[in-house]
Every structure is written in C-alpha cells, then in structure tokens.
Write a protein that binds this ligand. Sequence first.
Ligand code: NAD
Length: 491
Amino acid sequence: MSQETLSIAGFNVSPHHYIGGQRVASGELFDLHCPIDQSLLGRISEGTPAHVDAAILAAQAAYPAWSALTAAERKPYLDRFAAEIGKRADAFCQLESNDAGILLSRMKHGVIPRAMLNITWFAEHALSLQDRPLETEQATHIVRHDPAGVVVIITPWNSPLMLATWKLGPALAAGNTVIIKPPEWAPLTSSLLADCAHAAGLPAGVLNIVQGSGAGTGARLVSDPRLARISFTGSVPTAKWIAQAAGANLVPCSLELGGKSPFIVLEDADIDNAAATGALMYRNAGQVCLAGTRFLVHSDIRDHFVAAMRAYVEKLNIGDPRDIAVEIGPIIHPRQVERVKGFVERALADGAELLWGGKPHPFGAQYFEPTMLTNLRQDSEIVQNEVFGPVLTLQTFDSDAQAIAMANGTDYGLGGVCYGETAHATAIAEQVRTGFIWVNSFGIRDLAAPFGGIKRSGIGREGGDWSFEFFCDVKDVVLPKKPFRASFSHR
Ligand code: NAD
C-alpha cells in the first residue's frame, strides 16, 4: 500500500494521480529513488488502463465549459495557478532536486520564475489570438484559433517542471483540457502542479496527471483516438513510437527530441569566453538537450582552447545539488550511468583519446567525471549519437567549409553554438542546419521565440505563436463582401 502523502525534505507531495479534480490512488505502484544517494523517496501510483480512460473522460467532460470561456476569462485562473507555483517555490525546488537531481540554485533562480512565466505569459499572449480579421478582395475572413480538445503532454526527466509548464501554459490558455504523463524517474513536481491547479480553482478535469511508465501508461495514452493533440519531449526512439501510435488515429503531435549540437570555435574567437561557455555544457551533468556537445575547433587555436577549457572544467564544483554552491549534480538513474559509461568505453576501444575525465566520479554511484574525448572519426558512434551525460567530443577543422560540413554531419539538428568574430560567426551559423543557434552566447531563450529541432531532433516549434498554432484549430469564417447567389458558373 502506498502512503497518502510523501514527505520529502519537509515538504508534502501526493504520490497519486490527479483525475477529475481528485487524487486517485492505484493498486499498482512503482519505486522512486533519489539520484543523489539512491534512497527510496516513495512508492508512486502507476497508471492502469482504467486510470488512462478516467483521465480522458474527465478531460472530455471539462472541455465544453473550459473551451467556451474567452481567453480573458481563462486568464485569472492561470494567473492564480502561476501564483500558487510561486507560493510553493521551496517545495518545487526541493522535490525536483531530490527526484531529478537538478541544482537547487538553478531551480530557485531559473526554473521557478520561468515556470510561473510559462503560465502567465501564454495566458496574456492568448488575448491576442481572438478573431484576427483578414481582408481579401472577395471576403472578410475571421481567422479563429479554436481550442483543439483533449491534449496529452509527455515530459522527460531532465527538466520536468520547466517542460511541463512550457507546454501546459499555451495548452490551457488556448482552451484545451490536459493530461500530463510525467517522467517515471522524476514525477514529483508534476504532482505538485495538481495541488496548484486545485488551489487556483481550475475546474475539475481541466488538468489531470496520470503517472506511470512510458511503455505502459504513456503508450496507452498516446494510442487513444479521443485525443486532439500530443505534445512530447523526449528521445528519438520514443518519438518514433508515439508518431506511429498518433498516426494510426491521425492525431497531430509535436516532437521535441534529442540533439548532438555542434559547438564551433572559429580561429578568430575570443578563446577564453568560448572556453568558459564550453564548461557550461556539463550543466545538469550533461543531461541537457540543447547543449553543444560536439566541439569543432579550428586547428590553429586547438591547444590554446583545450588549455583554457580544461582550466574552467577543473574548477567545477561537483557534489550534492541541494548544496547551493554545487555546479554539477548526479546522473538521473543507474541505467543512464551505464549508458554513459558504455559510450565512453566503446569510444576508447575505437581509438578515441581522453583529454580529461573518463571515469565514475568519487562523489557517488551516479556521478561521472566531466569528460572530453578527441581523436574521433566523424562516423564514430560518440560523434553521431546523443550520450545525454557529461561526455563531450572535440574535433578540429581547417576551413569554414569543413566546419560547416562537420557541424551538419549528423542526423540531429536541434541547436548549436558558434564563437568567432561576429560577422564571421553569424555567416557560419546561418549555414548550420539546426532549429536554432547561439552566436557568441549560449542558452538565451525567450518565450516569444521559436524553439525546436529539424532532422531527427523533432517536428514542430514551440514558443510564442508557434505553440498556439499547434494547440489550436485554426478556422476561417468567410463573410463575402458582395451578396452571394449560388450558381454553377460561380467560381
Ligand atoms: P524518453 O523518450 O525515454 O521518455 C520521455 C517520456 O516519454 C517519459 O515520460 C516516458 O515515460 C515517456 N515514454 C516512453 N515511452 C513511451 C511510449 N511508448 N509512449 C508514450 N510515452 C512514452 O526520454 P528521456 O530519457 O526521459 O529524456 C531524455 C531525452 O529527451 C533526450 O533524448 C533529450 O535530448 C530529450 N529532450 C529533448 C528536449 C527538447 O526540447 N528538444 C528537452 C529535454 C529533453
């Protein structure tokens, strides 16, 4: 039997689903462990087929009233929802640090304000979606953005709160009702979102949370023909599976997937600045989809760059993410640790050389040293595939054309970083085939800007109007300018 409430670092959180405004316990449970010390955090309700069905029915039942509200009428609910996140900021920080190993400092200063903004910004932005008129010669077109229906949101473990709210904000603001399936390795902050929805007075069924495994609960959810949209962030293999399940029912899906993004350092780069940013790629123990993980460095400055970056990496403070001074925490799960080790072992067996790192870190069982591998072929496994851990690669180039070819030489196309004299770096950035690329910077994000990948890194864009294009049914109501009289010769 599971407990009614888990207490983690002094904060309470329900281990159960949230369906139709009620907590619903399951007879099937799964264990949740802390990645920092492997302690058992609790036993979590697993979504059975009956829970999935109940959540869809609850979301369907809530849809007519919620979708009938105007964006202006929905906004106060969403503003209160965001305020409830703010009131529980300390709990959100501790829960996500304990179940996902995210830095407490990053949660406090980055994720909490952003999670609140993800709700309030889209609630505000939805006001501008109302009935945009389009005048043409023959007609006035009233272009409406109507809510699509019941939306499923599936999130990964590397940034559960940020990604849930990034999808939830526009989905709810547009008038949809939502079911979140949080990651089974880090479900706690999604559960707390249900408490926020409840306290904010969101009508029952507008937001539902069904926890459980991907292969069980997730697969059943995304296979249901009653859905209007599926918004997924996660890995490429899962995305292929979801796209097939969604395709069988012609349910549109948005897929934000992995990356193997280039970090280009041109010969005219500010090397120290590039090296300082380079060390940031180990943030969240390298479990960041948009990190530049493939360093492509001009051979003239290679030794200088390696020395500069090594100096920054040696200073990284690795340890318990709940300590505010720590900069790098654990890897999420023993299975992910094995995956990271396997990549490094195979790369070394294939002739790669270590510039630094390469071994488990003594802080704990789920820690791995920040690692840099070099002497790699473009077609080697570690250059081509996402590791999703603190393991980077470094290759050199001798010309812009070679840098661009190497940057574009994988199946991924999420992001990129390019350091160099601004005009030079911008010209290179324009030729790198990705969804976004930062010039002489990293990680600048704005809710109004498009975010997403090309090639195997995804389908669709999130952010600003792009989120609403996905979560809405765009409808054209056509009013003729001249009286219309039916005739077979009429065109
Ligand atoms: P994953 O694909 O294993 O799991 C993601 C989610 O999908 C989890 O909630 C999981 O339970 C669920 N899931 C798994 N199988 C499913 C199925 N058959 N049907 C429905 N749901 C299913 O990914 P992960 O390991 O949790 O996350 C890491 C991946 O996410 C990396 O590839 C990373 O690059 C990617 N990611 C991408 C972005 C982005 O914005 N592009 C952001 C963060 C993470």
